[in-house]
Unconditional design. Sequence first.
Length: 493
Amino acid sequence: MKYKQIKKSKYKTNVTTFYHEGFNWKVVVPTIIYSYLKEKLEECPPFKGFNIDIALYYLSLIISIPASYKDKVYLWGFVPLDSRELKKKNYLYKQYFKYFLDIDILETFPYATNSHRATSYRYNFKAIKSEGMECIDFMAFEIKDKKFNDKILNENNCNDSFVSCPHLCKWLNADLHVDFDSLKNHLQSEFCYNKYSLTYERLNPIMSKAYNYWCSALMLQNHCFRTSRSPLTDNRLHTNFTNMPSKLRPFISYKGENIVSLDIKNSQPYFMVLLLERFNNKRIENIISNIYKSNKGIMLQKLQQTTSSQVFQEEFSIIKEWILTGTFYEELEHLFPDIVPDEDGNFRKYFYNNDKKISELKIYNSKRDLMKKVTLQILYTPLTKPSKEYQVFKQYFPLLCECIEMFKIKSYKDFPKLLQHIEADCILNIITVELAKKYPDMPLWTIHDSICTTVSWFKTMKETVQELFLSYCEGVVPSFKVEHWNNQILKVS
């Protein structure tokens, strides 16, 4: 496997693809979309200069973009496509999308000036006649047009992630294997639907889930690896693994070995504790400076004043113990005695969905699972309209909330960004770098706060990570959870 030389991008971080010489990029589209396109190409000949590779690439974006952002909800299934990015791929992009609309393979949601939302598209299943029961199926197509293939690969490799994380990116290679037959055997039944009953006003959730699963699996199977990292956003390393549904993990191996991960328990609350305990640490202080700029001095002064009081220390010691022992979610349950299960044993609660701009009813199997969502509400609620959960929490921990609010003074979005940058510095810049130096032959991947390796290396990795945390965090060490990926297959079945 040869890697193309990487140049550091001055401007932004895109996607990186690692490939051998002669490698052709693959695109994934639903089989029904490909069949419909082939049929229409015969019935309605396209414009002069039409290229099937470029057409399939553009059509694949309707599933590859959502698959890369698995937690984002696309309103009514419409995926916004940046015209500048489309034009980079081919100057005739407008003619391609006009043709797609003319043959009814796509439908569009126009550019919205007030929200600056790009023109959005989705597959037009209303026009694609289908009847009866079907299991969603996908096909991977190799880009054979050399010029277009080189353009995709070259654009995707101007990336900071390989510069900052070569010790992690290099393990995204052809030795990663997806047991695709077993995966289909276990998961295919989830994606069968009655085509008579499909609702086309919104994206069918079963189809949406299938797109995410199959696109992720096929890209891995075809060794189309992607990475990105941007200090302008969360500074985390995003890869095929971070964007992949967890149900796919049992079917992935490396050189025939299963993969095991070491997860930080209560990870976001943990990095909050680390921040409040070590905000005078030079590395953390630099991160605060990068995000808050000139406000850093006043902020740290106020923070020092609040956290040095005995009242704060007494209050903080309680929650710190919960978090460092990994029992935060369980203890949080006691602060919300009014949240009780329904008759079926499940927990139901409405939460606001920022993508859809509506409150949605969410169902959780346990109160602990619900508390994970409540934790996000507590940490990341806006100051202008704090959530009810935050208001309850503040009654118990008023001084801690006073500290949290300092980090939201300009924008409530700054606080999650700060915690993510501290996490990224810890995991990507220190812990895994030291691991790779000490054990250069150890396969290594990350899923944000989770560090992964193969079974044979796991014991060594776990012991070393715990030692490195002790040093980096100056004694503020989290609890860890071990996850054997192949053991999840029972949950999938």
